[in-house]
Design a protein around this ligand. Structure first.
Ligand SMILES: C[S@@+](CC[C@H](N)C(=O)[O-])C[C@H]1O[C@@H](n2cnc3c(N)ncnc32)[C@H](O)[C@@H]1O
Length: 406
């Protein structure tokens, strides 16, 4: 028997499966590419030291209507277990399973709090948009940590406090009006949306209403949820630490990158702070993070974290992020890549462009620096140039780093 809150959450997702079910998983992957938590997309971010095995054991905790099926379809070598409270969402996942003959996908109606009942461990746990709906998110993360393999990695998405300020103001209004996650509540929410002024926090971050509000399930999930909380950057760090885990990086550093939003003395001052402080400042300033997508690991495997404080970075293997291109002209080179928030561009020098030219996904930074173009520089200057360049391109998310021997 579930507690009252969990039962209310289950009921909501029975009536309004979210995200709205995808019709054809194969077509979806063709059109949009892999999910950002898919090991085929995020491999180096999940395991900078190298993927632990080809046949990964993957858990999608709170898989909703399609996520586990998309992962199973795109990773036929791996076994995927999808668990969820909602029978309706699992039924849709099962339709994907039958349509695409996904023998590697197992589906269970189970609370992630009871995941220990499966009596297995996993190399990858994907839990996006779920833990913030639990009455006790700490207990949820702890339950998942208990079934994560020592060398495993977890991809998590939690709501962001700053980016969702407007959502909570509207939730508050609807609560006062007695609206619940049902047809009557939906009618009230739709009526209320007509009166939201252009300068409201709900609209301000992007200049328009969030896309999720286009359909019933999205409105219920965003505005009428019986249980939902959000996290600031420091709260995420505390949340991860409380579960005995280690934060290993954002899915896209650009969303927390001081260089993108500040300049001059203020930028220098912010860059002198520890990374978590920088991220917290940018999160509060920009309001762009209605969601935080990030990875966590067990302390035993956290020695592989990307860090530029020591010369250890010389042994990293730079990998240029998919979609990144060199543009501009000879006097003003730019590194650009597409993102959810439009084209992301950073200026780079000719020397930095040369460094990237040598980054083939196999060579280490130190190997690249042995190239004749850099060999003429004194060693300390060469290392400092590479450190600054690599760290800046890592901060903007254009370049990712793995470990030698991957
Ligand atoms: C917002 S949806 C996210 C679905 C999917 N992870 C995604 O990102 O597309 C949240 C899902 O978590 C499920 N859920 C909520 N609490 C849960 C719990 N305690 N255990 C398992 N699933 C849960 C809901 O039923 C719902 O399908």
């Amino acid at each position: 028997m579930q507690d009252k809150v969990t039962e209310a959450v289950r009921k909501q997702y029975e009536a309004y499966s979210y995200p709205p079910p995808i019709e054809d998983a194969e077509q979806f992957l063709k059109q949009w590419g892999p999910l950002t938590c898919d090991p085929k997309f995020a491999g180096i971010q999940l395991w900078p030291e190298g993927r632990p095995r080809q046949d990964l054991r993957i858990l999608c905790a709170g898989c909703g209507s399609s996520q586990a099926a998309l992962i199973a379809l795109n990773n036929p070598d791996c076994s995927v277990v999808g668990i969820d409270l909602s029978e309706a969402s699992l039924a849709h996942s099962n339709r994907h399973r039958e349509r695409h003959n996904l023998g590697n996908l197992e589906l269970r109606q189970l609370s992630l709090l009871d995941v220990g009942e499966l009596d297995r461990t996993f190399d990858l746990i994907i839990c996006t948009g779920v833990l913030h709906h639990l009455p006790d998110p700490d207990a949820g993360l702890k339950a998942l940590a208990d079934v994560l393999d020592t060398r495993g990695s977890m991809a998590i998405m939690l709501y962001g406090t700053a980016g969702r300020a407007g959502v909570y103001l509207l939730q508050d209004i609807l609560r006062r009006l007695g609206a619940g996650p049902d047809a009557e509540g939906l009618k009230l929410a739709r009526e209320l949306l007509k009166f939201v002024p252009r300068n409201h926090y709900l609209i301000a971050p992007t200049g328009r209403l969030p896309q999720d509000l286009a359909d019933d399930a999205g409105i219920v999930d965003m505005l009428l949820h019986p249980q939902d909380r959000a996290y600031s950057v420091p709260q995420i760090m505390a949340f991860v630490e409380t579960a005995g885990l280690v934060f290993s990086g954002w899915s896209d550093n650009a969303l927390y990158c001081a260089d993108r939003f500040l300049s001059g003395e203020l930028l220098e001052r912010v860059l002198a702070l520890p990374a978590v402080e920088q991220w917290a400042i940018i999160d509060n300033l920009t309001l762009i993070n209605g969601r935080h997508d990030f990875f966590v690991r067990k302390p035993q495997s956290a020695r592989f974290l990307t860090c530029f404080d020591t010369d250890d970075f010389l042994s990293y293997v730079p990998l240029i992020r998919a979609g990144t291109r060199l543009g501009g002209d000879a006097n003003a080179l730019m590194l650009t890549r597409p993102s959810l928030h439009g084209e992301l561009a950073i200026p780079i020098s000719r020397a930095e462009a040369m460094l990237l030219e040598q980054a083939d996904g196999n060579r280490t930074v130190s190997h690249i620096l042995s190239h004749p173009s850099f060999a003429r520089l004194p060693p300390v200057q060469r290392t400092n140039f590479a450190r600054d360049a690599c760290e800046r391109m890592w901060r903007s998310g254009h370049v990712l780093f793995g470990r030698s021997g991957t």
